[in-house]
Ligand binder design. Structure first.
Ligand code: UD1
Length: 418
């Protein structure tokens, strides 16, 4: 679907502005199914995951309107989607389940897809709805859930972002009080809770391990501006960390990027927090060790870009992937560029400091695609990055253009034979 030609770009400098966070916007759009009033989400990025979710919301009976970059969702009578293919295109499609079930008393959804980075089950979502009183039936590859939901104490075996969001949305219009223990603490959870509270929900504790939701009879509409994209910020910071120069990422929230900023500093990159964003100077040089964890730990979404940063550092860096079981697919592609990386179980050992040389590589998932784009900047000569599934445009609005504005030599090749 897309091919990029990337030429060696040793210097990046200047300023670049972030978009709103994909992982905040997707649940916020799904929250539009919780009320019959319009919910307006401001400055929504133009990415294919958003387009796919909007198609799903329309399929669920919602009216979707755009005004510039703002999107309004109005769902008088939400119902289960009929087109399973769209559900398979992104993981966040499962976030329609809670709102439809809570609004209409039943929901039937196909299993979600998204990046092939692990099994990505939905058992924690389903167990939570069962604890709230839903009956669950498998139905030809789909899940049918029905019943009037009421408050429950729910312990999540893992602090799943999606399960926390789905249950929080459903509980906000269910009878009684729901407590989520071992809830995810990501900034996008706080953002969703803030929006739901603005819509009339009563949620406390978002951003901690215990979230309490007192159900209310109905939510009303709102106008909401989502937080900036910390993964886009991290991707641009990693690109700056493997090149010379000074880059200011405007709109980056240092608090949301704490673990990454620590690790970039440890690698020898100059990091400065300013009131308008985060600035990085100089290149990564010293090896480091990283373990991906739920927030506030190091984000799994930054693991692939950070692997590329490790390639710049002289010595051996170690990256432990503990969140998803199949998230080192970019390693094989990086090897085509001459990277020295061994993977044993869930640990990548990266011998950095060797030159990379341009080659043809393939994007295997969203963040892997972005990481390969960054590696292309480091590599001598030309790198052709093939992205047959359009992964990069699923999650980044204008990533090549943003890098180009900093001095990168990247072009999207139209009609390139895949
Ligand atoms: C979200 C993010 C994704 C990020 C991930 C982890 C969105 C749209 N996507 O995905 O970018 O990589 O968080 O930070 O916000 N799990 C189960 N059972 C479940 C649910 C999850 O075992 O029912 C496991 C998963 O397989 C994984 C771990 O829990 O190992 C974390 O997954 P989760 O936090 O749910 O990720 P997503 O919400 O899918």
């Amino acid at each position: 679907m897309a091919t990029y030609l990337i030429r060696h770009s040793p210097v990046l400098s200047g300023e670049v502005e972030l978009n709103a966070a994909k992982n905040a916007v997707l649940p916020l759009l799904a929250a539009g199914l919780l009320t019959e009033d319009p919910l307006i989400i401001k400055a929504v990025p133009r990415i294919t995951d958003v387009e796919t979710l909007l198609q799903i919301l329309r399929d669920c009976g919602a009216e979707v309107q755009r005004s510039g970059t703002d999107i309004s969702i109005c769902a008088l009578h939400p119902q289960s989607p009929t087109h399973e293919d769209n559900m398979r295109k992104l993981r966040a499609s499962i976030l329609i389940l809670g709102p439809i079930l809570a609004r209409s008393g039943s929901a039937c959804v196909g299993l979600p897809g998204g990046c092939a980075i692990g099994q990505r089950p939905i058992d924690l979502h389903v167990k939570g709805f069962q604890a709230m009183g839903a009956q669950v039936y498998p139905l030809g590859g789909k899940r049918q859930l029905s019943g009037r939901l009421s408050g429950a104490r729910i312990y999540l075996d893992l602090p799943s972002v999606g399960a926390t969001e789905n249950l929080m949305m459903a509980a906000s219009i269910s009878d009684g009080t729901t407590t989520l223990e071992n809830a995810a603490k990501e900034p996008e959870i706080v953002d969703l809770a803030n929006c739901l509270n603005q819509m009339g929900a009563s949620i406390t504790g978002a951003g901690t391990g215990t979230v309490t939701i007192m159900g209310v009879e109905r939510l009303h509409g709102a106008i909401y501006s989502p937080i900036s994209d910390r993964v886009e910020a991290g991707t641009l910071l990693c690109a700056a960390a493997v090149t010379e120069g000074s880059v200011l990422v405007r709109g980056a929230c240092a608090e949301h990027l704490r673990s990454l900023l620590f690790k970039l500093s440890e690698a020898g990159v100059g990091v400065r927090e300013t009131h308008v964003g985060v600035r990085v100077n100089g290149m990564a040089a010293s090896p480091f060790e990283v373990r991906t964890l739920a927030y506030p730990g190091f984000p799994t979404d930054m693991q692939a870009p950070m692997t590329v940063v490790a390639l710049k550092c002289h010595g051996t860096s170690m990256i432990h992937e503990t969140v998803f079981e199949n998230r080192f697919m970019h390693v094989g592609e990086l090897s085509r560029l001459g990277a020295h990386i061994r993977v044993e179980n869930n640990v990548a050992m990266i011998d950095g400091g060797y030159p990379l040389r341009g080659a043809a590589v393939r994007s295997t998932d969203l963040r892997a695609g972005a990481a390969l784009m960054i590696a292309g900047l480091m590599a001598e000569g030309e790198t052709v990055l093939n992205d047959p599934a359009g992964h990069i445009e699923r999650g980044y609005q204008n990533l090549p253009e943003k890098l180009r504005s900093l001095g990168a030599d990247i072009e999207k090749l139209e009609n390139y034979p895949l």
